[in-house]
Design a protein around this ligand. Sequence first.
Ligand SMILES: Cc1cc2nc3c(=O)[nH]c(=O)nc-3n(C[C@H](O)[C@H](O)[C@H](O)COP(=O)(O)OP(=O)(O)OC[C@H]3O[C@@H](n4cnc5c(N)ncnc54)[C@H](O)[C@@H]3O)c2cc1C
Length: 403
Amino acid sequence: MNAGARDVVPRRRAPGLDIAVVGGGMVGAAMALALARAGFASALLEARQPPPWHAQDEVDLRVVGLAPSSVDLLEELGVWQSVRESRAGPYAHMHVWDAASGATIDFAAASAGQRQLGYIVENRLLQWRLWQALEAAGVPCFCPANVSGFEVREDRIQLALADGESLAAGVLVAADGATSPLRQLAGIATRGRDYAQRAVVAHVQTERAHEHTAWQRFLPTGPLALLPLADGRSSLVWSLPEAEAQRVLGLDEQDFIDAVGVASDFRLGRVVASTSRAGFPLKLQLATRYQAERLVLLGDAAHAVHPLAGQGVNLGLRDVVELRDTLVAARAAGSDLGAAHVLRRYARRRRSADTLDALGFDALARIYAWQSPALVAARGLGMGLLDRLAPLKRRLAEHAAGS
Ligand SMILES: Cc1cc2nc3c(=O)[nH]c(=O)nc-3n(C[C@H](O)[C@H](O)[C@H](O)COP(=O)(O)OP(=O)(O)OC[C@H]3O[C@@H](n4cnc5c(N)ncnc54)[C@H](O)[C@@H]3O)c2cc1C
């Protein structure tokens, strides 16, 4: 049976469920699988059927840079090998340069004790492989299932589905994305800011090879990244002010590839071809708390960050590890999995770690938006210094790798 057959899984009440995960994106699907592998009675509820991935399909426009910590988790869950063998672009180097000051920083996997800094993987591929693994593990997946509400009882949480069905679990994990309806129903507020920017994404063919390097140029208008795809092309992620992004999205193909060539400083030579484009609005959004009664937030439902550090999913997968370990420890101690003190441990640890990272990425976005000559010079000096400070650079690379 393939994952496409999931929607025929009969709807039924699952009274013995330890944990219900709502949202079957990359983070929620990994959570449900990690819980099942740890021996919990868990189920996944997802509103939309995930699109199947086929090797002959065009590479999905949405890709993520998976850090070594994420690869470790996927390996542990038994899905990494199939992702790696399907289509994953490894990169061992990162080259960052500042358009205004000309300063550069180079990161190498070897200096962080790693073989790779990460892998560029299609969102759709990763989600599909996770769903296939869920199916093989016999995890109940309710799809399409739109969770419309919930009610907290003494020993469980009762979920209401839009079609009138209901389901009970000891803990509800909300992995329902940045707009998280469950976060809103739980009355959890968010803080952050709208960058008034949009990331323009496309896959581009360049004159020169990408050399398995992630290239990132900081422009006054926002960062432009060229991420190495497995097929030799590069995935463009170009953050621009809203109006400029709309203009770039509307260019004809020749004007677009010329514009990407100029904006990337022809670092990989001329851009010779491009796929279609898409634009994604950018914001910083952090939930003010990750926990409510018998409920926790996970992934983008808890935190949405600027893609300049390519860490959104990686943070989400670190949430997965922390929550799984917290629940395993609670089970070993004989505690109620949904007890406030249990969920608080996860919520506190991940919220403080995510906040530090999110504010760090935000600070970078602000620093690279500086345009006054004095500040640009200071930024260039700082970058030059960082590039020469091997221990600090190594620590940064290790942190990005998830250690
Ligand atoms: C341009 C761009 C580039 C990026 N690059 C990177 C990168 O290089 N590296 C990286 O780590 N991250 C990157 N990110 C971030 C990354 O894409 C997100 O962090 C990630 O997709 C979030 O996954 P998620 O599973 O938390 O949420 P989502 O993918 O949003 O999944 C949420 C799921 O919940 C379901 N759902 C919602 N409400 C309900 C409901 N009521 N009932 C049932 N189901 C529901 C939805 O259908 C959806 O499938 C990037 C983001 C952007 C915009």
